[in-house]
Design a binder for this molecule. Structure first.
Ligand SMILES: [Zn+2]
Length: 301
């Protein structure tokens, strides 16, 4: 389960170099060697970088800190970055879009990076007006996208069909006066001028006790293809191919536009929208499993 894809890539690259030497072939190596990184350590850093400031409430200082962090990781890993600012329902937000590859039929992988205004599901009434840390609800999905931000340029060359990573803002403020859910992704889809092949959203994918059931609203074909990949990788205890919930999430605006979209979410999370949604509930290994599944799925024809 602690399988280190980056190390294996490194090994393959090293082996490629060695075999080239042995056969005396001058063919250039298309995959450049990457520095060995400890994947689990990197995921933990990505989580902590989001959490150490506090809740990423819309228009807050911590929100800006995380925006800058996401943009810096994308820039370091050869993504073309756009910060899409918008106002929706009177609220200012920023979606962050990372583009890689070519063509106007991207596969979109998305996650929301904002956190909810208050921990209104907290078991302790006095805490319900506090901000929530959003370790799972926010940071875990972003951690998957940041993993992919590093891995995709290693596994796919620049002429690959487009893959976009979209970090949605203003997902999580439904049920407040003057707000709604999924404002950022709705705005993204409204402004979209391309025809995505598919959109896959990850949300709350870091629980130590992770179980990912089918979302009943998701596109059945793509949903099955992702869960099949997970099964082949041996993750069938986590990815369970049975419908459990029918979610409204950042995949919904895509579905409403006729774009096949899937939500990967563990909605059986007892700390949802509470002050207890903290880093100690999170398994970086499970975040790696979800990330690796998506990476392998992206390689499918
Ligand atoms: Zn939420």
């Amino acid at each position: 389960m602690g399988h280190n894809i980056m190390r294996i890539v490194n090994q393959l690259v090293v082996m490629g170099i060695l075999s080239n030497l042995i056969i005396g072939c001058a063919k250039p190596i298309t995959v450049s060697p990457t520095p060995t990184i400890d994947v689990i350590q990197t995921i933990s850093t990505d989580l902590n970088s989001q959490l150490e400031c506090g809740g990423r409430l819309p228009n807050s200082k911590c929100h800006t800190v995380v925006e800058d962090y996401i943009v810096s990781i994308l820039n370091q890993n050869h993504w073309q970055v756009e910060k899409q600012s918008f106002i929706r329902n009177g609220h200012k937000g920023f979606n962050i879009i990372g583009r890689y590859g070519i063509g106007d039929q991207p596969i979109i992988i998305g996650a929301h990076y904002d956190t909810r205004l208050t921990a209104d599901q907290d078991p302790i009434p006095d805490k319900r007006m506090q901000a929530m840390p959003g370790a799972n609800d926010g940071a875990s999905g972003v951690a998957v996208l940041l993993y992919l931000a590093r891995a995709i340029p290693i596994h796919f060359n620049e002429n690959h069909a487009a893959i976009w990573l979209v970090f949605f803002d203003l997902e999580d403020d439904g049920d407040y006066e003057g707000w709604d859910w999924i404002l950022g992704s709705t705005e993204f889809v409204n402004q979209m001028t391309v025809q995505p092949k598919a959109a896959v959203v990850v949300d709350m994918v870091g629980d130590k006790d992770l179980t990912l059931y089918y979302d009943g609203n998701s596109d059945p074909t793509i949903r099955k293809s992702i869960w099949d990949v997970a099964g082949r990788l041996g993750y069938d205890k986590i990815f369970i191919p049975q419908i459990k919930y029918y979610m409204i999430d950042d995949h919904t605006p895509f579905l409403q536009k006729g774009i096949p979209a899937v939500d990967i979410i563990d909605f059986d999370y007892p700390y949802w929208h509470t002050t207890n949604d903290t880093i100690d509930k999170i398994s970086p290994q499970n975040i790696q499993i979800v990330s690796q599944t998506l990476l392998e799925w992206l390689k499918e024809p």
